[in-house]
Design a protein around this ligand. Structure first.
Ligand code: ZN
Length: 255
């Protein structure tokens, strides 16, 4: 693949990559991945994300409080995040959002943390990286209070109607491994209907590997399979997908 690609969501700081992180970064560069966005998940990994980005010019850090790690957050982390963003350059705020999969999760705390991070994205003029699982309608209503904030709906699997609302507010959609899953008919149908200026690529490594690698630890260079599936769904070439998604990511993240 000769074109430049951007992986807008990859957790390369996770320990899953401790034994071969350097190799993975080299391989990603070799297939044309020009930039990798690394969203932090909790206050205790901001420093690791910062260090990794400082050591690799193609890695861009985002800082946030991920809704699936509630036991690692407290409300005061929002003030810490504010201080951190004031001192450390970031490409975005995130990963943040709402995840209602676990019935017992404290939804009110998730919403407070998410609103606080939306306010910080607004304050610092940064895009936001949103994780939304079984919670898109609440995400959409919280976003209404921050009309100036745009960014990425990561691993988007909502309806085309929800996509339309979010697109109007300046959001694009992170599409990764799931679009290549054989049984993912709903996602394929939705991605086929998304406007091409609203799609960005993401590996979400180490999670969500493409169909050909199901069950394995995901890695950024496998994003090529995602490019090919989007090309098939939109009846365009893989290089057009690379070109368009790269331009979209550059626009949203001011790269
Ligand atoms: Zn993530």
């Amino acid at each position: 693949m000769p074109n430049k690609l951007i992986d807008t969501h990859c957790h390369l700081d996770f320990s899953d990559f401790d034994h071969d992180r350097g190799e993975i970064i080299t391989r990603s560069k070799a297939i044309g991945i020009d930039a990798i966005i690394l969203p932090a998940i909790a206050r205790d990994n901001w420093a690791a994300v910062k260090t990794l980005a400082a050591n690799h010019p193609e890695i861009h850090p985002a800082y946030g409080l991920h809704p699936c790690f509630l036991d690692r957050h407290m409300l005061a982390d929002l003030q810490q995040l504010d201080l951190w963003l004031a001192e450390n350059p970031a490409i975005a705020v995130g990963e943040c959002g709402l995840d209602y999969r676990d019935q017992d999760a404290d939804r009110e705390l998730q919403q407070q943390l998410f609103s606080g991070q939306l306010a910080l994205a607004e304050k610092y003029g940064l895009p936001i990286i949103i994780h939304a699982v079984k919670a898109l309608s609440d995400v959409i209503s919280l976003l209404k209070k921050y009309p100036k904030v745009g960014g990425v709906l990561h691993s988007f699997s909502g309806s085309i109607e929800q996509a339309e609302i979010l697109y109007q507010q300046g959001f694009v959609f992170g599409i990764g491994g799931p679009v290549s899953w054989e049984n993912a008919r709903k996602i394929k149908r939705m991605v086929a209907q998304l406007p091409l200026d609203a799609i960005v690529l993401e590996s979400d490594a180490p999670d969500q590997p493409p169909e050909n690698y199901r069950g394995q630890r995901n890695q950024p260079d496998w994003i090529v399979d995602v490019v090919e599936e989007i090309a098939r769904l939109h009846s365009i070439s893989s290089s057009e997908v690379a070109e368009l998604t790269t331009a979209n990511a550059e626009r949203v993240f001011n790269l």
